[in-house]
Design a protein around this ligand. Structure first.
Ligand code: ZN
Length: 343
């Protein structure tokens, strides 16, 4: 993964003129070799530092309870924003690694980063908690087909659950509430597509339209997967390009990809979880064109599958309130990074 390259630094090693300014008309003959030597050494040292940061970042995936096993897909964990301990994020202080290099981030004596209050003022975020806790009581309603532009698909599904019956719908609502709090603390306007306050749904087409109608700056649909035991880790699903019927994602593919990469990198950092070992080739990123919630979105939107509920080790994380707070923090940091970049 190229997360290490996603944080623009103050220097551009590819611009040899930057550290030196305009050429001087008269120089001592001895200064020219020195200047040439510096021109080689300074970018070299910077690259070396970046390489060190990338290596140092790979060691952060171990703070989630000691059961996370070998780190099979260390890509996003190698972000240059991995210097904070994962436990720092559990306090929900609204901080992000990106803010270390951005406007408004303040370093305090303890080494954590404080976000300027209301830095997301004026931004609208729609959170889509996947499924609905009582969908299972309304099978006829949720099985009704809706038009997703490229196809017709079920209104909604019940979602999955852990082997001990902690439902995906409960999980998604809990993470959504934690995420809402973190984003509101930064001044964002936050809307949920459902809050356990309706008998079923909304249908996937309505979920997309809620984000569109809110003119959301970013939308994230929260899920957890139901895959085979042994399949572990998170993945972010981004819209592919579709232009058929009511579906036209052409304008949102690129910004959704930016949003997805920022969420994946921050989610890996705050949770210590690895990208999926069963989809996405270790990148934690997947593009799909068959999801109504993405196909019908006219605003930047991604899904995240936070882990595999049917794997006992992932389930131990998903059922932990402490881990869910870290998950919400990663989502918040990724969204905040995206919103600050695109403003
Ligand atoms: Zn789901």
């Amino acid at each position: 993964m190229s997360y290490a390259g996603s944080n623009p630094g103050p220097f551009d090693p590819s611009d040899p003129s930057a550290p030196f300014g305009p050429p001087q008309p008269r120089r001592s003959p001895l200064r020219r070799p020195l200047t040439v030597a510096l021109a080689v050494l300074v970018p070299g040292a910077l690259l070396g530092w970046l390489a060190f940061e990338a290596l140092a970042g790979t060691g952060t995936g171990t703070g989630t309870g000691g059961d996370s096993g070998p780190d099979r897909g260390a890509g996003p964990a190698a972000s240059s924003s991995t210097l904070r301990s994962p436990t720092d994020s559990a306090t929900g202080d609204g901080t992000t690694g990106d803010e270390k290099q951005g406007v408004g981030g303040k370093q305090d004596a303890g080494g954590t980063v404080s976000t300027a209050p209301a830095s997301l003022k004026g931004k609208v975020v729609v959170i889509d908690p996947g499924h609905n806790p009582t969908n299972f009581e309304h099978t006829a309603d949720i099985n009704r087909k809706v038009d997703i532009g490229t196809n017709w698909k079920e209104c909604d599904t019940t979602g999955t659950s852990t082997n001990s019956d902690y439902s995906e719908a409960k999980f998604t609502l809990d993470v959504a509430h934690r995420l809402r709090t973190l984003l509101q603390q930064q001044g964002a306007t936050v809307k949920l597509t459902q809050d356990g306050d309706r008998p079923y749904g909304p249908c996937v087409d309505e979920r997309a339209r809620i984000g569109n109608a809110a003119h959301a700056d970013a939308v994230v649909s929260i899920h957890a997967d139901g895959s085979a035991a042994g399949n572990r880790g998170f993945h972010v699903i981004m819209p592919g390009e579709v232009h058929e019927g009511a579906a036209d994602t052409r304008a949102v593919v690129a910004p959704s990809k930016d949003l997805g990469k920022l969420i994946a990198g921050n989610f890996a950092r705050t949770t210590g979880s690895s990208p999926s070992n069963y989809i996405g080739d270790g990148s934690g990123l997947v593009t799909r064109t068959d999801l109504g919630g993405l196909n019908l979105s006219t605003v930047p939107k991604v899904f995240i599958e936070c882990g595999n509920m049917r794997d006992s080790k992932d389930a131990a994380l998903l059922t932990s309130a402490t881990w869910r707070q870290k998950a919400a923090q990663g989502l918040s940091d990724g969204i905040a990074g995206f919103l600050k970049r695109s403003s």
